[in-house]
Design a protein around this ligand. Structure first.
Ligand code: G3H
Ligand code: 13P
Ligand code: ZN
Ligand code: NA
Length: 308
């Protein structure tokens, strides 16, 4: 069934694991993710960005997800990723999403509270849950490109007031992750001390980690081997994600890894089969790679297998 993330997060918090929130843009991505979750009996969050909605159209994505609900019989939450306005959140709620993110992290603390509260008041009235964000991640967040110097860690002194005044159901924090395939120049480092402090201030409250792809070296290497060029691509090591999942982090966002798995396999296919021109020929291995990647995440990183 189509569900909110409320029950998922409660169980994940208590069980010391996290739910995977995977970005979806087309049928093959949705199929790869949901087939993996079905085999692992895992609860799922499928998230749609403004860009995904622009690319595929809200109705197409919603109907594809409805098909996945029928095929898998899993609890699936459909979430708006990085909503940037009240109107966008409202449109997604009216269009059947069970969860929305209002990302006011680029605003002042007061303006962020005001916008987020406007969304939670509307969403809660319709039975929809809301994710807010405090602190700014470096990298590309949809239309917003945050440079490294404009990024900033979440201030633990602000989280209680933010949650209380806005009524959000979960909170995304910035502890050193970033969006995209180039997350760290040197050694990967996350501020677990900030996560711990946030967790102390908000006992039992679900925390969200964005920019959490591992940028799996195997796929980066495949891309570079088969005609691509992504030198220095680097992500969050899996042991750090496992540690976050064992703490208050209940939702781990993954998009870049899906893109890399898909692209690596399509590049390989084209090099090995220069005569192929039927999209089914190269999208099948791409979809299978997404399925394999997601299974590994569910079992070895998130620990949410068997929890549906
Ligand atoms: O936060 C960014 C997500 O990876 C979504 O990316 O806005 O290009 O769809 P997108
Ligand atoms: P990645 O770019 O690390 O996959 O992050 C995705 C994300 O945070 C979507 O909101
Ligand atoms: Zn994000
Ligand atoms: Na957790």
């Amino acid at each position: 069934p189509l569900v909110t993330s409320t029950d998922m997060f409660k169980k994940a918090y208590e069980g010391g694991y996290a739910i995977g929130a995977f970005n979806v843009n087309n049928m093959e991505i949705i199929q790869g993710i949901t087939e993996a979750a079905k085999e692992e009996n895992a609860p799922l969050i499928l998230q749609v960005s403004a860009g995904a909605r622009k690319y595929a159209n809200h109705t197409y994505l919603m109907k594809l997800i409805e098909a996945a609900l029928i095929e898998t019989d899993l609890p699936i939450c459909v979430h708006l990723d990085h909503g940037d306005s009240f109107e966008l959140c409202k449109s997604c709620i009216e269009g059947g999403f069970t969860s929305v993110m209002i990302d006011g992290s680029h605003l002042s603390f007061e303006e962020n509270i005001k916008l987020t509260k406007q969304v939670t008041d509307y969403a809660h009235d319709k039975g929809v849950v809301v994710e807010g964000e405090l602190g700014r991640l470096a990298g590309v967040e949809d239309a917003v490109n945050v440079s490294e110097k404009d990024s900033s860690y979440t201030d633990p002194d602000q989280v209680e007031e933010f949650v209380k005044k806005t009524g959000v159901d979960s909170l995304a924090i910035a502890i050193g992750t970033s969006h995209g395939a180039f997350k760290f120049k040197g050694e990967p480092q996350l501020r677990f001390d900030i996560l711990e402090e946030v967790q102390n201030r908000l006992p039992g409250f679900p925390i969200v980690l964005h920019g959490a792809s591992s940028v799996i070296p195997e796929f980066v290497e495949m891309i570079n081997t088969y005609g691509g060029n992504m030198p220095g691509a680097k992500g969050v090591p899996e042991d750090m994600l496992r540690k976050a999942a064992s703490m208050a982090v209940c939702k781990i966002n993954i998009d870049s890894d899906l893109r890399l798995a898909m692209t690596a396999n399509i590049r390989k296919h084209f090099v090995e089969h220069p005569d192929h021109f039927d999209p089914r020929q190269y999208l099948s291995p791409a979809r299978a790679a997404i399925k394999g990647l997601v299974r590994n995440k569910l079992v070895n990183v998130l620990g949410c297998n068997g929890k549906a």
